[in-house]
Design a binder for this molecule. Structure first.
Ligand code: SAM
Ligand code: SF4
Ligand code: SF4
Length: 375
């Protein structure tokens, strides 16, 4: 039975929704495509990746993402009826794949909190790209529930998992996730994923004063294991975390810390739109990556769109507003109407927020929160 939502709460949700998803769906305008038929934006960037946030709930309260002060007992989350259903996510994914998307990434909030996620994965894996290859389906997770779900996700066809892990020191990790979840639980999730046959990457957000002392222990723990570790610069995503530039640890600083002990050399990017700069250990112990969203913006190759938990389309991680695709879906729009709208939206895209920030011309402004559009 659907959950009953009091009228005044429904109105509040509706007001917030119409404010965040207020960009007008274009009814005129050209759809630009490249030679292979993929839709491209004003900077020639094809739409090849779609990140799908499947829930705004999380079982962690990472201080830099969902701090308890803002996401405490009284925090408002979306009602189940507000979320895109699996059917809606599948339909939109099918349309996006038809326009050139090759990779789908399930994220959140914590995506493993969405019930029966393996069923969604199995459906998405039935899609084929314009080139006729199976679409790639990946997952980003805090891994708290990964040990439980890895076998079913692998059986459903999931291609790869990215696990977020910001520290190996027990006390520090528990204070970062702020719910006392142990490192051993994350490591068990990683082991289970690998045992199930899922390739795993580990992402670490670096924040000065939080976990710079973990850089070397993390590098040491994952080199030679076949798991690629990637360090991410702390970003000014959302507004809940009170981001400050002096808290960013530039990738070059992290690379130097590792390189002084385990010498590194650069590796060429594997494909356009690869966000991480890759480095290889000279002694053959594998690779380590650096995602320098703040100090070396990679907007020129940004090929990602983001589908929010309630069916908003966002063209940039730092967008303050999005397009209300769910209303189109639930209002009976045809596939062709949705395809045309998304094609026009992407064709008019000019976003390059990180480049602007890097040039120092950006002033603080509203932004949607990370767990809503999924990082
Ligand atoms: N809950 C899942 C997880 O933590 O992997 C998926 C959602 S989470 C929003 C996706 C990624 O965004 C995580 O790797 C997280 O560390 C990262 N993230 C969150 N806030 C960030 C920030 N301000 N700067 C950089 N990365 C951030
Ligand atoms: Fe949850 Fe992921 Fe945000 Fe941490 S980073 S609070 S695990 S959504
Ligand atoms: Fe893409 Fe926006 Fe990030 Fe630039 S700032 S890389 S456009 S998401």
């Amino acid at each position: 039975m659907p959950r009953m939502i009091p009228i005044e709460k429904q109105n509040q949700t509706q007001d917030r929704r119409s404010e965040v998803l207020s960009l007008p769906i274009p009814i005129t305008g050209a759809v630009h495509t490249s030679g292979d038929g993929c839709v491209v934006d004003t900077r020639g960037r094809p739409l090849t990746d779609l990140r799908i946030s499947v829930t705004d709930h999380c079982n962690f309260r990472c201080r830099y993402c969902m701090p308890k002060e803002k996401y405490g007992a009284h925090a408002k989350f979306l009602a189940h009826t507000e979320l895109l259903t699996f059917e809606e996510i599948f339909r939109l994914s099918r349309l996006f794949v038809g326009m050139g998307v090759k990779k789908l990434r399930l994220t959140g909030g914590e995506p493993l909190l969405r019930k029966h996620l393996d069923e969604l994965v199995a459906r998405l894996k039935t899609l084929t790209t314009r080139e006729g290859t199976p679409v790639e389906v990946a997952l980003t997770t805090n891994a708290a529930l990964l040990a439980r779900f890895a076998p079913a996700l692998k059986a459903a066809g999931l291609d790869r998992v990215t696990v977020s892990l910001d520290a190996l020191t027990e006390e520090l990790f528990q204070s970062i996730n702020d719910v006392g979840f142990p490192v051993s639980g994350v490591l068990a999730g990683i082991r289970a994923a690998r045992a199930a046959g899922l390739p795993v990457k580990v992402n670490t957000v670096l924040k000065r004063g939080m976990n710079e002392a973990e850089i070397l222990p993390l590098a040491r723990a994952f080199r030679g294991t076949g798991i690629t570790l990637r360090f991410i610069e702390y970003m000014d995503a959302g507004t809940a975390n009170g981001w400050r530039m002096d808290e960013v640890i530039p990738s070059r600083e992290a690379a130097a810390i590792i390189g002084n002990v385990f010498p590194l050399e650069p590796v060429d990017a594997a494909y356009r739109g690869e966000t991480a700069s890759r480095m290889r250990y000279l002694d053959g112990a594998g690779e380590v990556g650096f995602i320098s969203s703040v100090t070396e913006a990679f907007c020129r190759d940004c090929t990602r769109a983001r589908l929010s938990v309630e069916g908003g389309l966002f063209l940039c991680l730092f967008a303050d507003r999005g397009y209300d695709i769910r209303t189109m879906l639930r209002g009976g729009a045809t596939d062709e109407e949705i395809r045309l709208a998304v094609g026009r939206i992407w064709s008019a895209r000019a976003d390059h927020y990180s480049e602007i920030r890097q040039q120092g011309t950006e002033h603080s402004r509203a932004r949607v929160e990370m767990q809503y559009i999924g990082g």
